[in-house]
Design a protein around this ligand. Structure first.
Ligand SMILES: Cc1cc2nc3c(=O)[nH]c(=O)nc-3n(C[C@H](O)[C@H](O)[C@H](O)COP(=O)(O)O)c2cc1C
Length: 211
């Protein structure tokens, strides 16, 4: 089977928000799709290891912030590379609430509120089906696609993303990835100045791992 065919699938970039009791939490996903049009239903693929999965299971509700091309990489790093079981992920981010669920205020181009209908288990991920209960417009900027995130922002996805395996198959030469935020440094990191820090999360070059 030629797995590279799967790389041709298109995705967007989203922040899923929910509550851990009263604490806002959530994570980045590239897998939100609208499944039905009347009384719309959306689907999200959520890794079983994600803290967000357990929080949504308990809470029964979640939000989706549709990220735009102006969403900062800091927001993506904070929600997509740390776990809500260790940090308060919305701390330091501009956020508000839609029907009680946290949403990213800064540069999201739309918002969806949803109630969980079902969770279908696969080996690694749960497919969460949610009934859309509310929507709200955001900034008038194009939504960020997964392709834009990779090619323009030069971001990466961690292993919990359903598309990770496909990325790992890619042949990448002289690329080093920050293990904190996923920023990609093109070239040999050893040639960078000793005081080089990640332009996104300000970590030292010891955090950069060769691809
Ligand atoms: C670009 C990108 C895409 C991602 N897509 C998904 C996804 O579709 N599903 C998923 O479960 N995790 C995805 N992730 C990974 C989670 O955001 C990440 O594992 C996060 O740290 C989980 O946080 P939590 O433990 O607080 O839930 C993605 C991350 C990034 C950066």
């Amino acid at each position: 089977m030629d797995m590279s065919v799967l790389w041709k699938l298109s995705y967007g970039m989203y922040a899923v928000g929910t509550l851990d009791e009263e604490r806002p939490t959530g994570c980045i996903v590239n897998t939100v799709v609208q499944i039905t049009s009347e009384n719309p239903i959306i689907a999200v693929s959520m890794n079983k290891d994600n803290f967000t999965y357990n929080a949504i299971k308990e809470c029964g509700k979640f939000s989706v912030s549709i990220l735009s091309e102006k969403t900062s990489q800091n927001t993506i790093a904070k929600l997509g590379f740390c776990s809500g079981c260790e940090v308060d992920k919305f701390d330091g981010l501009e956020y508000m609430y839609l029907d009680g669920m946290p949403i990213v205020k800064e540069n999201a181009c739309g918002y969806i509120g949803a109630e969980v209908i079902s969770m279908t288990e696969t080996e690694t991920h749960f497919i969460i089906l949610g009934r859309v209960t509310n929507t709200m417009k955001g900034v008038n900027v194009d939504p960020m696609t997964y392709k834009y995130y990779h090619e323009v922002i030069k971001g990466k996805a961690p292993k919990n993303a359903p598309t990770y395996q496909a990325e790992a198959e890619e042949t990448i030469k002289d690329k080093y990835v920050c293990d904190v935020c996923g920023y990609v440094y093109e070239g040999d990191i050893h040639d960078a100045p000793a005081d080089f820090v990640c332009p996104v999360c300000k970590q030292s070059k010891s955090h950069f791992k060769e691809q």
